[in-house]
Design a protein around this ligand. Structure first.
Ligand code: GH3
Ligand code: MG
Ligand code: MG
Ligand code: MG
Length: 301
């Protein structure tokens, strides 16, 4: 299994309660703690978001129910399972907690072995969900993000660029004369070529927010936040070169004796406004078509 341990966030206004749960779980999990609901929400949205939250109910300011409601209302924290751990032991309390979307409910005083088992079950389920989510957003052949992931990111980055009045570049990449490549070298060689091109493209952009995804077939897309015309041109030229230098033999291409790509680019910015993300894609697609008709193995901005 992976060496990174699952993370459990323990939320309770009483440090002694936190300590009791932490000492029970710290051998198996990375432990985060919070004594207030607000702090729990903050930790749950961070980079190191927990895989499970153990949540007290009776707390000053924001109680556990409200904390749970807010976690479940928020897209980024919704999928983190919550187990209430509380002195409230009426059926009504448990019912309310479960109706708010909690995965489980433990009344105090608790049995340590049962707490450990319930925590383990929820964490295992969450890790499986994480894996399924990852698979659903990844292209099976090339192991880079897929179109679904790309479309999500495009929507997010589109909103961000509009909000902050920043530019956003989109490149559409298409392998040249890939049909004859497949026809002559076979589908297996075609698949291997797609993998190599995907890895070559992926290595080009340098910023953490840059994204290279497989859009479908032999087509890839590149999303470059805060990138202008010159930046897009720079990345595109580096991609053309990266694929050329793979030197994957293609004796049936009339462009070059090796596999090449064509790239179309479009920019969303104050100087080049597009009404929607869909229009940005269309503009990149039109540019790609021009790169093809102008002879392939080139970038058209
Ligand atoms: P152009 O230079 O105009 O882009 O020509 P092309 O031959 O690349 O374009 P076309 O759309 O005619 O052919 C795309 C080919 O890509 C046809 C299809 O068999 C191949 N292809 C699409 N997806 C896959 C895949 O997953 N694996 C393999 N091996 N081939 C694929
Ligand atoms: Mg309390
Ligand atoms: Mg194509
Ligand atoms: Mg093609």
């Amino acid at each position: 299994m992976s060496e990174t341990r699952a993370t459990v966030l323990i939320v309770d206004d009483q440090p002694t309660n936190i300590h009791a749960l932490a000492s029970l779980l710290k051998a198996d999990y990375r432990i985060l703690t919070a004594t207030r609901g607000e702090k729990a929400l903050e930790l749950s949205q961070g980079e190191q978001a927990p895989d499970l939250i153990l949540l007290d109910i009776v707390m000053p300011d924001m109680d556990g129910y409200e904390t749970c409601r807010r976690l479940k209302d928020n897209e980024t924290t919704r999928s983190i399972p919550v187990i209430f751990v509380t002195a409230l032991d009426h059926d009504k309390d448990e019912e309310q907690g479960l109706n708010l979307g909690a995965s489980d409910y433990i009344s105090k005083p608790f049995n340590p072995a049962i707490v450990r088992a319930r925590v383990r079950n929820q964490v295992n389920l969450k890790l499986k969900t994480n894996m399924l989510e990852k698979i659903s957003l990844q292209d099976g052949l090339t192991e880079i993000p897929n179109r679904r992931y790309f479309d999500q990111k495009l929507a997010e980055e589109w909103a961000r660029s509009s909000r902050n009045d920043q530019s956003l570049a989109l490149l559409m990449v298409d392998i040249d004369q890939f049909k004859p490549f497949n026809d002559h070298y076979g589908h297996g060689a075609g698949d291997e070529c797609l993998r190599r091109v995907a890895q070559a493209l992926r290595r080009v952009p340098t910023r953490a927010t840059d994204l290279v995804a497989r859009y479908g077939g032999e087509e890839f897309v590149v999303l470059l936040p805060e990138t202008d015309t010159r930046g897009a041109q720079h990345v595109a030229q580096a991609m053309l070169e990266a694929v050329r230098s793979l030197e994957v033999t293609h004796d049936y291409s009339d462009v070059a004796p090796h596999v090449t790509i064509s790239i179309g680019g479009a920019i969303q910015s104050r100087q080049h406004p597009k009404p929607s993300a869909e229009d940005l894609k269309k503009a990149a697609d039109t540019a790609l078509y021009q790169a093809k008709t102008n002879g392939r193995n080139r970038y058209q901005g």
